[in-house]
Design a protein around this ligand. Structure first.
Ligand SMILES: Nc1nc2c(ncn2[C@@H]2O[C@H](COP(=O)(O)OP(=O)(O)OP(=O)(O)O)[C@@H](O)[C@H]2O)c(=O)[nH]1
Ligand SMILES: [Mg+2]
Length: 310
């Protein structure tokens, strides 16, 4: 098994148990599948947070293939379902947009506790290991502990940080961080922001202000705006993607905490409903558990398939 695939396999175990094993139970010993079997399958996918649109689309395809005699066994169902999921998850995937000049500015946004700060720490370690000069910007000035948390990451990874006192204007910290990253010839600046709910108008406006302040120092920045999405919230996160996109122009997603939930199917609903790529998947607490999102591995792990590379 490829070592990267094993991260997906392990991280998605709770969701896979729900889906993969139920499918086996559902079809083993069934000689000919009838309409009610396909309805059960659709209900299973909906209960696994795939969302109605994706579940309907997938089951319609499976049923069509079954009726044409193209698929026949439980293994075929598994495989065909995984193919469908891979297709939905890959629809908007692209490479990270690194700026031609320096630095590439990545702004991290999301609701409280969704994994912004730890994802920044893990990404800093990854980008540094790739040979990039990385700086952190601590624009969560809302809680004193937030600056401390990011400072710990900067020490742990060994990268510089720009921060200000608790209560400082986050837009002005962003301004300083981008200026410093330019002056010090950094390759990547990762900017942390305070968590906020998508319906808190004042706090959402503050994000837009942070964005404008970044643009003022470096036209064309931020090059990426990533929304961290807590997978355990299931398909409720669709509203988050919509609101944050409208306010601050989200360009991509990081799906966190997939390891702790049986709701990993939410990735399918999210990709079916909004046209954003996912760049990373949080498959555990360790830095190496934040892996580049791989639709093929994700789909295979959900349906308990063997490694797609084998
Ligand atoms: N198991 C698991 N835990 C995670 C993952 N990502 C983040 N966490 C945990 O989730 C908690 C919150 O993470 P933070 O990075 O502090 O979240 P945040 O979005 O910065 O939170 P606020 O700044 O308060 O809005 C921490 O305990 C993290 O260790 C993940 O992929 N898997
Ligand atoms: Mg934080």
């Amino acid at each position: 098994m490829s070592s990267i695939f094993s991260f997906f396999r392990r991280g998605l175990e709770k969701t896979a148990t729900k889906i993969g094993r139920t499918i086996s139970g559902m079809f083993t010993g069934v000689k000919a599948w009838d309409a009610s079997n396909f309805e059960d399958l659709e209900m299973l996918l909906i209960s696994a947070d795939f969302g109605v649109a994706a579940a309907t689309r997938i089951v319609a395809d499976l049923r069509d293939r079954y009726e044409r005699g193209r698929i026949a066994t439980t293994e075929d169902i598994r495989k065909a379902a995984a193919e469908n999921v891979r297709e939905i998850l890959s629809a908007h995937q692209r490479e990270i947009h690194f700026a031609e000049g320096k630095p590439t500015v990545i702004l991290m946004v999301g609701v409280n506790g969704s994994g912004k700060t730890t994802s920044i720490g893990k990404l800093a370690a990854r980008f540094k290991a790739e040979g990039r000069k990385v700086m952190l910007g601590a624009c969560d000035t809302f809680r004193a502990a937030a600056v401390e948390q990011l400072t710990l990451w900067s020490e742990r990874v060994g990268v510089p940080i720009v921060s200000a006192r608790h209560g400082a204007d986050p837009a002005s910290v962003a301004f300083d961080a981008v200026s410093a990253a330019c002056a010090r010839n950094m390759d990547v600046l990762l900017i942390d922001t305070a968590g906020r709910q998508q319906n808190q108008r004042g706090l959402m406006d503050e994000l837009a202000k942070i964005r404008r302040s970044i643009e003022k120092v470096l036209p064309g920045a931020p090059h990426e705006v990533w929304l961290t999405v807590d997978a355990s919230l299931g398909s409720n996160v669709l509203n988050q993607a919509k609101s944050f996109s409208e306010t601050v122009g989200v360009t991509g997603l990081i799906l966190t905490k997939l390891d702790g939930t049986g709701k990993g199917g939410m990735a399918v609903a999210l990709h079916q409903e909004c046209s954003l790529p996912t760049f990373f998947a949080g498959l555990g607490e360790q830095p190496e558990d934040l892996q580049p999102f791989n639709p093929e591995f994700f789909a295979a792990a959900l349906f308990e398939q063997e490694s797609p590379e084998e």
